[in-house]
Design a protein around this ligand. Structure first.
Ligand code: SAH
Ligand code: SF4
Ligand code: F3S
Length: 479
């Protein structure tokens, strides 16, 4: 049973909104909540927080959609494929909802949350009128209120995609369910950069940084509940500029130093960063904060200065390379990761060759690459010089070949190394446990379930494409 059946929270919500909520009664604790999460890590964090918000109403999370009383799809709008997935999932849910009503006389609530909800709220209720609630990323703290407004007899649809005055984070319950050895913590949200291809500034709104004290409080609670590694999240996490409680502002580098003082917090990561916001304090932290792991996801999108300009990235490839040089000076073994888009409007063979050249120069430990997907409402979608699909596919294939080869080479290069692994879960095979190396590699090794949550010393014995085989060594070593 969730630890935080928080009558006080229910009371606080009632007082804030002035409406009658269901009483948090133990008898109601039978309601099952199924959340399916698409998209980025921030959606993973938000899904956990939605579960926290609904817990006082008696909803307990389940892994099975069958039998659920409420289903939330927490959606992603970043590419067309991601958005369309939502509508096919909604088709399946319609059948389930009808079956549950016919066979069990039960009403299953369906909610669509996240970035598709924000961007296409009206469209969702038009195309899928069996959806009860549409709630955006900035208003999910209002879910208890929205659930209370559902009236099965009138089949009303509730849409809340405001960018509200109140700060969402202030309205989320202080208590939350334990999140395991490696957890996400949102510190920053939204984006003011407006890259020409990207929907995020429209779906998540403008940049907002949580005050440092709130972040530190949440981090301490997570560590007290067993978390050993925190990944600080933000759409532009290194643009963090949080109130420090004494009239000043902390950068992400400063925040990381404060987090490193929390006893029991062994590892810190952050994602996703923009090259222009890699300031000296943050780069220095990679050299002098031992808890900050030697791995960085730093997307560039293209290796061509012309395309970077068309993308409105506001930096050149030289600026990006200079950041990597500085990072490698303070932390020579740092593993680099990135994102790439191929086939952005106007991308020539030479522009694409520039991307391949940049990748060869950097040497990535891992990276994500995508075909450009025109998104409604973004400037690049209306540009005439769209690249044909067949060219996008060819370019994606050659880029991925190079990136895969680099990933394997990186893994191969770590063979024989002794590294710390945070044990997170049982592995795929019997007797196997799984965790991550400091460089974010998935490591599988023979171990015991009671090692979950511990940091063990592992010799990386064999490289695979996407993971490492390891062997536990009974001796703790520094990274
Ligand atoms: N905040 C992150 C990016 C978030 S979106 C950052 O600034 O780096 C994650 C990735 O999706 C982007 O880095 C980009 O590579 C990809 N992406 C975003 N919009 C896209 C589009 N319209 N088509 C294809 N890929 C896209
Ligand atoms: Fe999107 Fe660019 Fe903002 Fe990243 S920096 S979220 S790619 S607009
Ligand atoms: Fe997708 Fe929204 Fe994240 S569009 S990538 S879920 S910010």
């Amino acid at each position: 049973m969730r630890l935080f059946l928080d009558h006080l929270y229910v009371k606080a919500v009632k007082e804030r909104h002035g409406f009658a909520l269901l009483e948090c009664d133990k008898a109601l604790l039978t309601k099952k909540l199924y959340i399916k999460t698409y998209g980025c890590q921030m959606n993973v964090y938000d899904s956990d927080r939605m579960a926290d918000v609904l817990a006082p109403l008696g909803y307990a999370p389940t892994d099975m959609v069958d039998g659920a009383d409420m289903v939330i799809l927490n959606t992603c709008h970043i590419r067309e494929k991601a958005s369309e997935k939502v509508f096919s999932e909604l088709g399946r849910l319609r059948q389930l909802k009808e079956r549950v009503a016919d066979q069990q006389g039960r009403c299953m609530t369906i909610a669509v949350a996240g970035c598709v909800a924000q961007a296409e709220g009206e469209e969702i209720t038009r195309r899928a009128p069996w959806v009860d609630i549409v709630v955006g990323p900035q208003t999910y703290h209002r879910l208890p209120e929205l659930v209370s407004q559902i009236d099965p007899s009138s089949r009303n649809r509730i849409i809340d995609t405001d960018f509200p005055e109140e700060v969402k984070f202030d309205c989320l319950p202080g208590e939350h369910a334990p999140r395991g050895p490696a957890a996400f913590l949102s510190v920053q949200e939204g984006c003011d950069k407006f890259c020409a291809f990207c929907v995020v500034p429209y779906t998540r709104g403008s940049e907002f940084s949580r005050p440092a004290k709130k972040v530190l409080d949440e981090a301490r609670r997570l560590v007290a509940s067993g978390t050993r590694e925190l990944t600080l999240l933000g759409q532009n996490v290194n643009a963090y500029h949080g109130d420090n409680g004494s009239g000043g502002v902390w950068s992400l580098g400063r925040l990381i130093r404060a987090l490193a003082d929390i006893d029991g917090l062994e590892r810190i990561r952050y994602t996703t960063s923009h090259p222009l916001d890699m300031d000296d304090e943050l780069i220095a932290a990679h050299g002098n904060v031992p808890q900050l792991m030697p791995y960085l996801h730093l997307p560039i999108q293209s290796g061509s200065n012309h395309i970077l300009q068309e993308m409105n990235r506001r930096h050149t490839r030289d600026i990006y390379m200079a950041v990597i040089d500085k990072l490698r000076t303070v932390r020579p073994d740092i593993a680099m990761s990135g994102d790439f888009i191929v086939g952005f409007p106007g991308e020539s063979d030479q522009d694409f060759a520039d991307t391949l050249a940049l990748v060869s120069k950097v040497g990535y430990a891992s990276a994500y690459s995508f075909k450009y997907s025109p998104r409604p409402g973004t400037p690049a979608a209306n540009v005439e010089k769209q690249v044909p699909e067949s060219v996008k596919s060819e370019r994606l294939e050659s880029l991925q070949q190079l990136l895969n080869a680099q990933q394997f080479a990186f893994n191969k290069n770590t063979e024989g190394k002794l590294v710390d692994v945070l044990v997170e879960r049982a592995g795929g095979r019997v007797g196997q446990m799984a965790g991550r190396s400091p460089y974010m590699q998935a490591v599988n090794f023979i171990g015991e379930a009671d090692q979950i949550g511990q940091i063990v010393s592992c010799r990386l014995s064999a490289a695979r494409q996407n993971s490492m085989k390891g062997e536990i060594i009974n001796m703790k070593v520094a990274v």
